[in-house]
Design a protein around this ligand. Structure first.
Ligand code: SAM
Ligand code: SF4
Length: 325
């Protein structure tokens, strides 16, 4: 699909649940209510939406949440999505706690790659951020993924946790062919309560910490990260700088919330309620066609750019656990 600004939209993030087994303070702190399961799309409904999206030109699907692996039967959904004509890659973003357990099934189902969200390798800080003492389990999942040959990236939200934290995360890329990416904190949901590290400052810091760091022009995926190489490191370092390095001009994505709302930009509530089309269409409606038309129409009106620099213009009220990041 080409939107009104000439951008090709071929990437769909699907949030399969708003529930999570962690309580990251900037995403889903304690006390957040989950929506009843009946309001969440079934796998069959997700298949129907994904088929319509693929018919419109979506090629890559990322499964997210909440924590996607707390949704029962997720490998089955991977298998369903991989079998859809036109879908090239199905990948997953996870906090990693259940990943080790499900990886063999996920690989069998055809999963192409995994992003593991990990903001720190310090046990106490990890517990402070996530509310859980699961760092060891996540590191073990990372290890299992490596052993089983799964492509892995590590994603860390840029909280100001000090230089040692940066060093220890980047050390993961030294020994392993794993890209470590830093993501500027966005003022969405509980993220509004935290200030992001400015990635221009972070890059200046990396230049002093790692001599010889240089831009890495190789293709690393479908996203907006800018990559750097450190001599002698097996993985690259990625900076995803939504606030201080706006990349809206090349945005290629839309998002399906767990309740079936197709969101066209993180910043705004713009989009279309696909669940209503799935569940409330009049008898005799060609639902597949209605979905294809609604998706195309929403994409055509995708906002040109986000407004994180003008927080008063943000209209999105949902939390990241509902949107999926
Ligand atoms: N539970 C999974 C995980 O943690 O990867 C998938 C869902 S989570 C919402 C997806 C990503 O969004 C995570 O990497 C998380 O750190 C990131 N995230 C959450 N809130 C954010 C915010 N306000 N700004 C930037 N990234 C955020
Ligand atoms: Fe859960 Fe991921 Fe949000 Fe953390 S960032 S609370 S792991 S959904």
């Amino acid at each position: 699909m080409i939107d009104q600004y000439g951008r090709t939209i071929d990437y769909l993030r699907i949030s399969v649940t708003d529930r999570c087994n962690l309580r990251c303070k900037y995403c889903m702190p304690d006390g957040i209510e989950s929506v009843p399961m009946q309001q969440i799309l079934t796998f069959e409904e997700i298949r129907t939406v994904a088929q319509a999206a693929a018919a419109n030109g979506i090629r890559h699907i990322k499964l997210t949440g909440g924590e996607p692996l707390v949704r029962k039967g997720l490998p089955g959904l991977v298998r369903i999505l991989k079998s859809i004509d036109g879908i090239d890659k199905v990948t997953l973003t996870t906090n990693g706690v259940l990943l080790g357990l499900f990886l063999p099934e996920l690989i069998e189902a055809g999963l192409d790659a995994v992003n593991i969200s990990l903001d720190t390798t310090d046990r106490r800080t990890y517990k402070e951020i996530t509310g859980s003492d699961e760092l060891g389990t996540v590191l073990s999942s990372l290890h299992i993924a490596q052993e089983l040959g799964m492509r892995v990236k590590v994603n860390a939200v840029s909280l100001d946790l000090g230089d040692d934290n940066i060093r220890s995360l980047i050390a993961i890329a030294k020994e392993n062919p794993i890209d470590v990416r830093f993501i500027e904190m966005m003022p969405i949901g509980y993220g509004r309560n935290y200030e992001t590290v400015n990635h221009r400052d972070l890059y200046r810091k990396l230049e002093t910490m790692y001599s010889g760091i240089m831009i890495d022009e190789r293709e690393h995926g479908f996203g907006p990260a800018v990559y750097y190489k450190i001599p002698g490191y097996r993985g690259s370092i990625g900076l995803i700088s939504a606030i201080h390095g706006k990349f809206c001009g090349t945005c290629n994505r839309v998002r399906l919330t767990s309740q079936g709302y197709l969101k066209t930009c993180l910043c705004f509530s713009d989009g279309v309620d696909l669940r209503a089309i799935l569940r409330e269409s009049a008898e005799g409606t060609d639902v597949d066609k209605a979905l294809r038309d609604a998706i195309r129409e929403a994409v055509m009106h995708k906002p040109g750019e986000h407004c994180f620099d003008k927080p008063e213009e943000i209209t999105e009220e949902a939390g990241m656990n509902a949107i999926g990041g």
